[in-house]
Design a protein around this ligand. Structure first.
Ligand SMILES: Nc1ncnc2c1ncn2[C@@H]1O[C@H](COP(=O)(O)OP(=O)(O)OP(=O)(O)O)[C@@H](O)[C@H]1O
Ligand SMILES: [Mg+2]
Length: 536
């Protein structure tokens, strides 16, 4: 078939005149008419040209129509080529049958009816054209199918690769979800959970899959349910990030604190399509936080109490200082003042030469002044024992306890362990001396004791001072160091002990009272320690 859509019609006859008549008859069809005067020429044309219909005479000299038809049919390209025989003879049915056997599709007898020939040729020409068109369409279709198949194969390969990648990513995600210490979950836009990781089931002991939807709410602490539900429903409505702390019941029945967080995933119109979140165990840090808060409150209360105690102590100290001043003034007035007044009177009398025995009066005045000097010395020693600075705590204590025995008649026994007791920092020695001084004053004033044991020990990194009497014992409330029960004396001792990181204890020793002072020795020893000659 040519580009113009015309098909080729090959006319074969040994008589050119007949060929011409056929040409005239078929001209009206508007197809390409090709003429061949022999079977050989016809075969040559057939091999070079796409022929739609072969119109041939049956009887030709060298190769007749039947033989030519047989040859044409043997060629695979021409098996479907329409062959129409024209014959003036052989018109029996048998002849026609023979013609068909040799590949004819039709048979026309002479005289040829013009219209009939045209009609038959037109049908076969049209059939050929349609066949060719169909073939072209088929080829096009096949090409398109092939293209599409290739395209699909490429897409399938891409999908396969994506799938492999996705499987890999899914495995990674699975590993993360399963090894994460947190509970991981996802929720539908309406807020119902559609996935919750194994960690939740491990912790709660819930049956697998039972926590999807709103089933997980059953594991919330009753006190936290309403609040966290409401917060969640608010977030679902507003599309805001969700955060809440609540207690979840574990499989042992105990509750632990968790912090849940969830973020919404939105589509291009801002509509929530999914929620993803985690739930972390914050129980320990929550408890720690709570205990720090409690401790802070407790600490603040303690500071308040201490401040109160100090305020009271300072008030009492001031009044004690006042009393002490009054006592000193009284001692000066009644003791020293009186003695000096008498001495002055005697001396004045001698000066006025009024004395009958001036020498005796002088001796009397000198005796009175001696007593006054003694009083001054005792008073100044009590106010600040000079021995403490010079020879140390042990000698000062020995001197002081001796004085107590002399003044009160209470027997004192001082014991020091080890005998080469180290020198302590000056402020510590003063503090220990003052504490013993106050303890012994208390024994004298309150205990009715006859004997008191004072011991000084260094053991297990501590300096331990104890004062034990055999008196009537101490009120339990004072022994408990209740701030409203102790006076300035014990309050001051406690304060001094604390200043050096130490502790003061009081208890009934049945009989008597035991006072103990303990101070860690690491920071209170004198730098270049000189060993004292033991005082026993
Ligand atoms: N060795 C003791 N035996 C019995 N009671 C004691 C002894 N030491 C102290 N007390 C009791 O403890 C109370 C408190 O003593 P604290 O030294 O604090 O105050 P105070 O001696 O009464 O007055 P001050 O403030 O002048 O010392 C005393 O009033 C006394 O009742
Ligand atoms: Mg006292």
């Amino acid at each position: 078939m040519g580009a113009d859509g015309k098909v080729n019609i090959l006319m074969v006859d040994d008589q050119p005149a007949k060929l011409l008549s056929y040409e005239v008859m078929l001209a009206e069809l508007g197809e390409n008419l090709i003429k061949a005067t022999s079977a050989k020429e016809a075969l040559e044309i057939l091999l070079k040209t796409d022929v739609a219909v072969v119109l041939m005479d049956v009887s030709m000299p060298e190769l007749d129509g039947f033989e030519l038809a047989t040859m044409i049919r043997q060629h695979p390209r021409f098996q479907r080529t329409a062959i129409i025989f024209i014959s003036a003879v052989h018109l029996t049915d048998l002849d026609r049958l023979k013609g068909y056997e040799h590949g004819a599709v039709d048979y026309i007898s002479v005289p040829v009816v013009q219209e009939l020939l045209r009609a038959k040729v037109r049908v076969f020409a049209e059939l050929h054209r349609k066949t060719r068109q169909l073939q072209a369409l088929n080829r096009d279709l096949e090409r398109r199918v092939l293209d599409r198949t290739e395209e699909l194969a490429a897409k399938a390969e891409m999908l396969f690769k994506l799938n492999v990648e996705l499987v890999g990513k899914n495995q990674e995600l699975d590993a993360i979800v399963h090894t994460a210490p947190d509970i991981i979950f996802s929720r539908q836009p309406d807020g119902a959970r559609d996935y919750i990781s194994d960690r939740f089931y491990e912790y709660t002991g819930a049956a697998a899959g039972s926590a999807v939807g709103f089933g997980w709410w059953d594991y919330l602490h009753p006190d936290d349910q309403a609040r966290s539900r409401q917060r969640w429903l608010d977030c679902v409505q507003s599309g805001e990030n969700y955060e809440a702390e609540y207690r979840l019941r574990g499989k042992d029945g105990n509750y632990r604190w968790f912090r849940a967080r969830a973020v919404p995933i939105k589509d291009h119109r801002g509509k929530v399509i999914k929620w993803y979140g985690t739930c972390s165990d914050i129980h320990d840090s929550k408890l720690l936080e709570q205990s720090i808060r409690d401790n802070n409150v407790e600490l603040e209360k303690m500071v308040d109490r201490r401040t109160d105690e100090l305020r009271r102590l300072s008030v009492r100290l001031m009044s004690a200082q006042d009393q002490e001043r009054r006592r000193i003034a009284r001692d000066l007035h009644d003791g020293l003042g009186q003695e000096l007044a008498v001495a002055k009177m005697i001396l004045d009398k001698i000066l006025l030469q009024d004395s009958s025995q001036p020498q005796e009066a002088c001796a009397q005045a000198s005796g009175i002044i001696d007593r006054a000097i003694q009083q001054v010395r005792t008073m100044s020693h009590l106010l600040h024992p000079p021995l403490l600075d010079e020879v140390g705590l042990l000698s000062a204590l020995a001197w002081y306890t001796e004085g107590i025995t002399k003044r009160s008649g209470i027997e004192t026994l001082l014991d020091v362990q080890p005998p080469d007791f180290p020198r302590l920092a000056p402020e510590v020695e003063t503090a220990v001396f003052r504490i013993v001084q106050e303890a012994l004053t208390n024994v004298f004033r309150h205990s009715e004791a006859r004997k008191v044991w004072i011991t000084l020990r260094q053991e297990n990194g501590l300096i331990v001072v104890s004062v034990l009497d055999d008196g009537k014992g101490i009120d339990e409330r004072v022994a408990d160091l209740r701030p409203d029960k102790v006076g300035v004396g014990i309050g001051g001792m406690k304060q001094r002990a604390r200043e050096f990181g130490g502790e003061l204890r009081l208890r009934n020793a049945a009989p008597g009272t035991l006072l103990e002072l303990m101070i860690p020795s690491n920071s209170i020893l004198r730098e270049s320690n000189t060993v004292l000659n033991g005082v026993t």
